[in-house]
Design a protein around this ligand. Structure first.
Ligand code: CP
Ligand code: NVA
Length: 321
C-alpha cells in the first residue's frame, strides 16, 4: 500500500471499515498494552492543550510512551500559540520535529488549519464541535461489554442533555458511521446544528443506521442499549452557568429514565461528571455504569488511532491490524 497522510479532526474522517479497523486494533491494545510500538526511537508526538484535561492528557501521555514514543505535552500558558502565534506557523515548526500532533482547542477551524500545514497526522483531542477520541473509547467500551466490535452496528445509543455540544455531535457522526441507531435529546435551544444532523443522516443511511433528534428524553432512551450524558456547561461556557442549568433538569439521567432503556443497558459519561446535575449518583455509581472502563479505554482507543494513522502515512499494513 502507498502511504497517505490522514488526520482525525471529526468522527466521520474514518469510514465504516476504517472505524472497525481502529476499534479492532483498540481491542488488541486492551489485551496487550505493548502490542505495537510505531514510535520506537523514541519519536515525539506533540500533545497540545488550550483547555484543561485529566483523561486526555494522561491517556495521550502514557499512550505515546507505551507506543515507544516521547509525548511532548505543551499547555496554552507555556506556548507561543497561546500568545497568538499563527496556527500555520506552529504547525510548520512542530511537523519538522514531531511524528504526530494532538490538540485540544476551541474552534474546529484551528485543528483544520493545523492539519492543512502539518505533514504528520493531526488528531482532534476535543474542540467546541467534536470529541472523536472520546467516542472511539465509548464504542470500544460497548464492544468490550456487548459482543465485540462487529456487534456495534445495529445497536441503539441515546445521548441526553446538552445536545448542541461536542459530545452530541460526535455521537451523531460516529454512531452513523458505525451503523447504529443514534438518538439525541436536548431542550429547545440546545439541539445539534442542521449541517451535522444532515451529515449524520446521510452516513446513517449509507451504513444501515438511523438518526433521531428530539426534545423528549424518554423517546430517546426507550429501549436503548447504551445511555450517555455529559456536563450541561462545557469548557468555555462557564459564564453561562446560571442560565444553562435551568433548561436541562428534565434531561437528568436518573433511575426513572434509565428504567426505560434495555434492562441491561450500559451507562457512560465522558467525565468529568457533576453528580446531582446531569446524572444522579445512583446511576453513575450504580451497577449499569461502566464509566471507569470507558475512561481506561481512552488509552487503548487512542493508541490504536495513532498507530492506524501512522500506519496509513507510512503505508505499513502491519500497523493497521
Ligand atoms: N473526557 C475527557 O476528555 O476528559 P478530560 O477533560 O479530563 O480530558
Ligand atoms: N462537553 C465537555 C466535554 C468534556 C470532556 C466539554 O467540552 O467541556
Amino acid at each position: 500500500m502507498t502511504g497517505q497522510l490522514r488526520h482525525m479532526l471529526r468522527d466521520d474522517d474514518l469510514n465504516h471499515a476504517e472505524q472497525l479497523q481502529v476499534l479492532e486494533l483498540g481491542m488488541k491494545f486492551r489485551e496487550n498494552r505493548f502490542y505495537r510500538q510505531p514510535f520506537a526511537g523514541p519519536q515525539a508526538v506533540a500533545v497540545l492543550f488550550d483547555k484543561p484535561s485529566t483523561r486526555t492528557r494522561s491517556s495521550f501521555s502514557i499512550g505515546v510512551a507505551e507506543l515507544g514514543g516521547y509525548p511532548l505535552v505543551i499547555d496554552k500558558s507555556g506556548s507561543q500559540l497561546g500568545r497568538g502565534e499563527p496556527v500555520a506557523d506552529t504547525a510548520r515548526v512542530l511537523t519538522r520535529m514531531a511524528y504526530g500532533i494532538v490538540w485540544r482547542t476551541f474552534g474546529q477551524d484551528r485543528v483544520e488549519a493545523m492539519a492543512k500545514y502539518a505533514t504528520c497526522p493531526v488528531v482532534n483531542a476535543l474542540t467546541d464541535d467534536f470529541h472523536p477520541c472520546q467516542v472511539l473509547a465509548d464504542f470500544l467500551t460497548i464492544a468490550q461489554f456487548r459482543g465485540g466490535v462487529k456487534a456495534l452496528a445495529g445497536k441503539t445509543i441515546a445521548y441526553v442533555g446538552d445536545a448542541a455540544n461536542n459530545m452530541a455531535n460526535s455521537y451523531l457522526l460516529a454512531g452513523a458511521v458505525a451503523g447504529m441507531h443514534v438518538r439525541v435529546a436536548g431542550p429547545y435551544g440546545y439541539l445539534p446544528r442542521k449541517d451535522i444532523v444532515d451529515d449524520a443522516e446521510r452516513l446513517a443511511a449509507e451504513n444501515g443506521g438511523s438518526i433521531l433528534v428530539t426534545t423528549d428524553p424518554r423517546e430517546a432512551v426507550a429501549g436503548a442499549d447504551c445511555v450517555f450524558t455529559d456536563t450541561w456547561v462545557s469548557m468555555g461556557e462557564e459564564a453561562e452557568y446560571a442560565i444553562r442549568s435551568k433548561p436541562f433538569w428534565d434531561y437528568q439521567v436518573n433511575d426513572d429514565l434509565m428504567a426505560l432503556a434495555q434492562p441491561d443497558a450500559l451507562f457512560q459519561h465522558c467525565l468529568p461528571a457533576y453528580r446531582g446535575k446531569e446524572v444522579t449518583t445512583s446511576v453513575i455509581d450504580g451497577p449499569q455504569s461502566v464509566v471507569w472502563d470507558e475512561a481506561e479505554n481512552r488509552l487503548h482507543a487512542q493508541k490504536a488511532l495513532l498507530t492506524w494513522l501512522v500506519g496509513q502515512q507510512r503505508g505499513d499494513e502491519s500497523l493497521l491490524a
